[in-house]
Design a protein around this ligand. Structure first.
Ligand code: T5A
Length: 224
């Protein structure tokens, strides 16, 4: 049976990496084989493109060229990492995916949605997420958390954008979630870490209960 594909989305510092990791640990403890991955990146080829994108080297080429680079990285990531894992029955938990392109390059970068959807068809095909967890936090909280985590390191190409940009990112993600309520679940990322993790796990249990039951992984409770 094909594994389940879960993506985490949200603005900078919303807690995607933290809660994706926590969810992976919970699922692994229930006997599910989990692959944790991220975008941009997640395969050797895509990690090279990640460096080009996040260093800001591609910014002068314009938003369309950046979109094409994100799609090229995604195509390699899907081909080399995501599709083989799902085919082997593993569950894939990915930090950012198509919705980040729809928001950062589409809603914010004003790249034509037709180009974005066309690139999705090429890069993703039918490897669409079964569930997308949107971690929603106000931009000021997310930026403060990202800054704290980064320490003395320089902000990357997107982190360096202004507060208004990050607040617009938050709104654009919420609009996507409203449009596709069957795929998205929105989790309030403001409460304490363990509270957000618990709510995330519960949301995944609700949405993917059939698959978890089939694997005998819903009723365990040993890790709660
Ligand atoms: N991008 C990406 C595009 O423009 N288009 C695309 O198609 C794609 C795929 C990626 C950048 O690329 C852009 C978007 C991004 O700007 P990245 O380095 O991968 O860059 O950055 P992010 O994905 O934004 O990752 P961050 O690490 O900044 O944010 P996370 O993963 O959301 O946050 P996380 O988990 O690292 O948490 C940050 C800190 O907050 C704490 C954590 O412990 C950590 O220290 N924290 C909490 N603290 C208190 N309470 C909570 N509830 C907390 N949750 C987390």
């Amino acid at each position: 049976m094909r594994g389940k594909f879960i993506t985490f989305e949200g603005g900078e510092g919303s807690g995607k990496s933290t809660h994706a990791e926590a969810l992976a640990k919970r699922l692994t403890a229930r006997g599910i084989r989990v692959v944790r991955t991220r975008e941009p990146g997640g395969s050797p080829g895509a990690e090279i493109v990640r460096h080009i994108l996040l260093s800001g080297m591609a910014k002068p080429l314009g938003a369309e060229a950046e979109t094409i680079l994100f799609a090229a990285a995604r195509a390699d990531h899907v081909h080399a990492t995501i599709a083989p894992a799902l085919a082997a029955g593993q569950w894939v938990i990915c930090d950012r995916f198509i919705d980040s392109t729809r928001v950062y390059q589409g809603a914010l970068g004003k790249v034509d949605i037709k180009l974005i959807r066309g690139l999705e068809r090429v890069a993703v095909g039918d490897m669409m997420p079964d569930l997308t967890v949107l971690l929603d936090v106000p931009a000021d909280i997310g930026m403060a958390r990202a800054k704290l985590r980064r320490g003395v390191e320089a902000a990357d190409r997107f982190e360096a954008e202004a507060f208004e940009f990050h607040e617009a990112v938050r709104k654009a993600f919420l609009i996507l979630a409203e449009r596709e309520p069957d795929r998205f679940v929105v989790v309030d990322g403001r409460p304490a870490l363990d509270v957000v993790t618990e709510r995330t796990v519960q949301a995944v249990e609700r949405r993917l209960s059939t698959a978890l039951l089939a694997l005998g992984a819903l009723t365990g409770g040993e890790d709660r």
